[in-house]
Write a protein that binds this ligand. Sequence first.
Ligand code: SAH
Length: 258
Amino acid sequence: MDLPSHHWPDFLPGWVWLCGAGPGDAGLLTLHALNGLRQADVVVHDALVGPEILSFAPQAELIHAGKRGGKPSAKQTDISLRLVELAQAGKRVLRLKGGDPFVFGRGGEEGAALKAAGIPMRIIPGISAGIGGLAYAGIPVTHRDVNQSVTFITGHDQSAAAPHKLDWEAISRASEVLVIYMGMKHVGQIAGALLSAGRPAEEPVAVVCDATLPEQRVLETTLGALEADLAASGLAPPAIICVGRVVEKRAVLNWLGS
Ligand code: SAH
């Protein structure tokens, strides 16, 4: 596929492009991401970036810098250092992250490390799993009948423990729709915290696994039954958990039939 006519930026040697790959379906890459993939010397990618997307950069060296909850992975400081070294060696470095680099992706930290080292960078946003992934399950993150706000939450804090620091009561009161990333490990604690904070047990919940990929699966349940239903389903990460009545819109909007 040729890129449509546009002033596409040249990927200059010694630059790092900090780029989102979207939630999985290669068609959800941005054109800037595709342009970067085609010119990169090195692609430093996460575990969540799949082979089809990487195949758009056949000329590039691929470096796996995956971070995945619970599994041994490169340390964040090592990844940032690697990006700096590759750029200083004159490479065109595409740092490719799942979803959007600035949504629970530590893109801000990597960008700051590049800035501190004087490395020029371009930032290319991507479709975040908590928006695009839910859309592939037929769930709009906002709907006029349901919510005027949406809260994006991480189920892990920096120590990979459950997010004790979050004020679940305030979150429960403030936002009709909650979109939880990295929530699978601590799903019982998260559901318990929301119930204690006053969210009803019958509130609809969807768990969207491998969103936008051919193996996408969706569990529809309620807050009260979430932990047990999830355990019985055998579903595994990566998954987005959506709490709120927007989940009911799936009845009409589930275009994929997953
Ligand atoms: N920067 C990414 C999020 C990184 S955190 C983004 O904007 O989407 C990793 C978490 O994202 C996973 O634990 C999961 O909660 C979510 N995630 C990423 N890709 C996903 C997918 N294809 N399906 C479901 N969840 C996904």
